[in-house]
Design a protein around this ligand. Structure first.
Ligand SMILES: [Zn+2]
Length: 118
């Protein structure tokens, strides 16, 4: 993996850390122990690159050595005809049971789920 490939994850991590640092500030916290993220399988985020960006960007900050927990959210769609929900594999948005189309219900999440401060 080249450094240039990680620009996307660097930007995402900066956004996440800004939220975490602001929250720590508001709570007069001086240390972030754990950051839990919710990341959809369709968000386009490379977990490996995100972990690396996190390690680099937290150096010498109150989040240094913080644990990064990533909860992946599967891609789920609801059929516009039979209304059943299915896990979407290989970006196949056609209903496996009828000729309907699966409307995306989850899988694009990219958010901070919780923060553990001390
Ligand atoms: Zn269907």
């Amino acid at each position: 993996m080249k450094v240039g490939d990680q620009m996307h994850e660097m930007a995402i991590t900066e956004g996440i850390l800004k939220i975490a640092f602001d929250y720590a500030d508001q709570n007069h916290s001086t240390k972030i122990n754990k950051i839990t993220l919710k990341i959809g399988e369709m968000s386009g985020v490379e977990i490996e690159a995100l972990n690396l960006a996190f390690e680099v960007l937290t150096k010498n900050t109150i989040a240094e050595n913080a644990e990064l927990i990533i909860n992946r959210v599967p891609i789920v769609g609801e059929c516009n005809k039979c209304k059943k929900t299915f896990h979407i594999d290989h970006y196949n948005f056609f209903c496996p049971e009828c000729d309907g189309i699966l409307i995306l219900k989850s899988g694009r999440e990219l958010q901070v789920e919780s923060l553990d401060l001390s």
